[in-house]
Structure formats: C-alpha cells, structure tokens
Ligand binder design. Structure first.
Ligand SMILES: [Zn+2]
Length: 486
C-alpha cells in the first residue's frame, strides 16, 4: 500500500468511525412515559356531538360566493346548547358575522394568553362523487366504528374536541392561569380573508399577543413510516408560504395563414416549461435536519447512518428525498403550473396568453426571491406579476421551546409512549394570519388515523374513528391544565 493509499484508508476508517458513532447517538422518537389509562370521557357522546356538527352544511363554496349564513348561525347556537358550561365560563363574540372568538379569563393578571384555533367551514363535495361515499357526506353516520362525513376531520373535529375539553373543565369549575382564547374561523377553505384575517386584526387592535397558538395541521398517523411501531404524532412546527404568479405573453396577432415564428401561446408555453422544468433544488437546512434527526434513531442502519451524517451523505440523502412527491414537497419550494389560457379561434393568432404558476414556499425561501427567479427563467418577453394574496412562510416554531415540550408531554399524558416528531406542513392553515399576534404556532390535531383516512381530507369518505376520541379530548384537557402549571 502506498503512502497515499494508506492515508486515504485511514481517513475512510476515521470518517466511518465518526459516522457510526453519530448514528448511535440519536434521540428516540418514542415518549418515555408509562402507558396512559383510558380517559374517562364518554366517547359515544363525543361521537354524537361530532356527528351533529357534520350535519350542518357550513360549506365554503368559493372566495367570490356568499357565505352560507344560516348554516353558520345554526352552528353557533348548536355550540351554545351543546356546551353550556363553556358558554358560561367563556365570553364569546362574533367576528365579521360568522366567525367566533371566545375568551376564557385567566386568574393571573398580566400572564401571556394562549390560543386554540379551528375552522367551522368545510369544502363542498365534488359534483358527481356524492354516490361514491359509503354513507352520505352530510349524514354524520356513526357506523363501523367511525363518524362519517365532510368536516369530520377537517375541521369540525378540532372545534368539537376543543369544546369537549373546555366544557369538562368549565363544569368542574376550573379556571386557567392565563387567558385562553378559542378562535374559530368561517372561511379557512377559501382563504381565511373573512374569518381568520378579521379575528387576527381584532386581536392586534387590542394589543393581544399569544405565547403560542395551536391550530389544525398534522395528526397522529398509523403506518406512516415503516420503521415506527404504532401511531406517530406529527406536529407542524412550520408551514409553507403561498404564492401564485401570473405569466402573460403578448404578440401582434394576425391571421393564422401567415404566422411568424412565434405566437403568444408558443412564447408562453416555452416560458412555463422553463419555469416548471427548473424547480427549486431539494435542500436540507438546519430545521429540516432537526426534523429528520427526531426520527432517525429508529431508521434501519444504513438510513440512520446517512441521516446522522448529513455532512457526509447529504447528496445521497437529498437524492433519496426527491421521490415520492410528498417527500420532495417537504424539502423544496414546489412549482406547479395550474392554469393556461390563450387563443379564441382556430384561424386567429392570439394577441395574449396567460398562465398561473402556484408555488408553495419552503420556509427558507421568500416571495421576492421566487418572483426574481421566475422572471429570469421566463425571459424578458414575459410579464410576471403576483396573482391574488400571497404570503411568506411564517417563522418556524422552536423544537426545543417550552410550548413544544408542553405538546409532547400532553401527548404522553393522553396517548402514552407513542412516537412524536416535528414536521413542516405543506398546505396552508388559518394560523398563518396570526403570525403578528403570537410568538409561536403549532399545527396539530390529536386524532389517530390511517394514511387512507388522512387522504380523506377534502376527499371521499372523510371519517374519524370513534374509539380514539376520548384520548383526543384528554390531550386538549392536558394542554390546558399543563399550561396552567398542573
Ligand atoms: Zn382545515
């Protein structure tokens, strides 16, 4: 062996040694707590309540359509009748006619308030799919161990489960240390401009700033990762931003019998293709690495070795994250051409063609950056402008902070030694509008579900299992009690 080969072998041995050592020094995702006893909640009654809530058709049709006012007002009075103790202990105000803001006054003056968010509206049933539901979508049928229907997960589950916990605590005369707010919007599914935005504005006008807020987001998933035993709670510490860019190509027009090399359509097609085929690269920034590290301890050896040693295996790990689409979306700003319009008649050269490209912004990127990059890729010929209301990704919450600890401990209280991991939410929630009125934001609904159920968000056969509902309510109860120092 030459000197060089010897030195190289030594370096490899040392690197391997460090890598293996780092791979053996990873935290466990399983909570180190005893099994949790079944909470003494009446799951059948909670199921009835969730079923009743599903039967009210609080549908958000579109940003330009009106609000189903009667359905929301019925929902408001249903809340009042179903949760009488909560409505005595908490004050309630209506915001912009149909959203609700509750305040539970705390004992301690000057303590920073906390907030629980949810939304009362649901998406419509896609026309033509009504008959493919096992039980009608607004029946709230309680069958086969599930509550079926639109909103049973997204997001009446959150509203009902939070209210169940508050009702229980209020009926026992519990009073929190700090003010607790419950904020339920009525148009999350069509952008939140009428509900969450108005509530956040109102809070800001009163100089209210939360220690933390907990909104819908990720859940407790069964069979999510093959190396995790049992259900895994996935808590959203961050969410992506939202931006749609409009691309417009113009051309002189004319008769199709005497075309030039290009039309507005061909120019635009090239530009869109260039943007779409040059996606943002997959990166693993410190926050992504922390999320990976939280589950790496249970990975098979080779994956664990790579995840624990991103300094060495970064390129390999990035390549492996590119598929499937869900995994790639976690690690990059995504690019999706969603609308393309141009031309009106077969023999007329179009004077204009328009396309929309939707970006979901990873917390490391910004709107300005994406606009600049898209202009460059689209070329000088194409006008690029911001379409509708965009938002930069909110600042991620702290995995080592007190609030995240409160969530994991409450999960342990309610669910026992399950696995917990932080993650990035690739969709958008109402909580993004609260960035100015809270220090930290978490996105999580404590409901156990299969991957198939998780895909029922906005889809057919949306449903939630009756059996786990007691633990879900217990989680909120423990959050409230623990936040008050119990
Ligand atoms: Zn939702």
């Amino acid at each position: 062996m030459g000197k060089f080969a010897g030195a190289l072998a030594l370096i490899i041995v040392v690197l391997l040694g460090i890598s293996v050592w780092r791979a053996s020094d990873l935290p466990s995702p399983y909570l180190e707590v005893p099994e949790a006893a079944a909470p003494d909640y009446d799951t059948a009654m909670i199921a009835q309540h969730l079923s009743q809530s599903v039967q009210m058709k609080t549908i958000s049709w579109s940003p330009t359509a009106g609000t189903e006012g009667d359905a929301f007002l019925a929902f408001h009075s249903w809340l009042e009748t179903t949760y009488p103790n909560a409505h005595t202990a908490l004050s309630r105000e209506t915001v912009n006619d149909y959203s609700l803001l509750y305040r539970w006054p705390g004992k301690g003056a000057g303590k920073t308030p906390i907030g629980f968010l949810g939304h009362m509206d649901v998406v419509p049933i896609e026309p033509g799919t009504e008959d493919t539901w096992t039980y009608p979508p607004f029946s709230g049928a309680i069958e086969d161990g599930f509550i079926w229907g639109r909103g049973s997960l997204d997001n009446k589950s959150t509203v009902v489960l939070v209210m169940e916990a508050v009702e229980r605590l209020a009926s026992e005369g519990f009073q929190p240390e700090q003010d607790i707010y419950l904020a339920f919007g009525h148009d999350e599914e069509i952008g939140g401009q009428r509900g969450a935005v108005k509530i956040a504005d109102l809070l800001a006008s009163r100089d209210i700033k939360f220690e933390w807020i907990l909104d819908e987001g990720l859940t407790i998933l069964e069979g999510f990762l093959d190396f995790i035993d049992g259900p895994m709670a996935v808590v959203g510490l961050a969410e992506k931003g939202f931006l749609t860019l409009e691309l417009v190509a113009r051309d002189g027009g004319g008769h199709s019998s005497t075309p030039k090399a290009d039309t507005a359509i061909s120019k635009l097609a090239r530009a869109v293709d260039n943007v779409q085929s040059n996606p943002f690269p997959i990166e693993i920034d410190p926050a992504d690495a922390a999320n990976l590290r939280a589950i790496a301890g249970e990975m098979p050896f080779m994956q664990r070795l790579a995840a624990a040693n991103l300094w060495l295996f970064g390129p390999v790990v990035k390549a492996s994250l590119a598929e499937p689409a869900y995994s790639a979306a976690q690690y990059r700003t995504t690019t999706a051409a969603t609308v393309f319009n141009g031309g009106s008649k077969e023999n007329i050269l179009p004077q204009e063609a328009r396309a929309l490209i939707n970006f979901r912004i990873h917390p490391r990127n910004t709107i300005d950056e994406i606009v600049a990059r898209t202009k460059k890729l689209a070329g000088d010929d194409i006008e690029v402008s911001i379409y509708a209301a965009p938002n930069n990704p909110p600042a991620p919450s702290d995995i080592n902070g007190a609030a995240y600890g409160l969530i994991t401990r409450s999960l342990g209280d309610a669910f026992g030694p399950i696995a917990v991991a932080p993650s990035l939410v690739v969709g958008a929630t109402d909580s993004r509008f609260y960035a100015g009125v809270t220090k930290e934001t978490f996105r999580f609904t404590p409901v156990v579900m299969s991957l198939e159920q998780f895909s029922g968000f906005h889809g057919t056969n949306e449903r939630v299992a009756v059996a786990g509902l007691g633990r879900s309510v217990a989680f909120y109860e423990r959050m409230i009690r623990r936040a008050s120092g119990e």
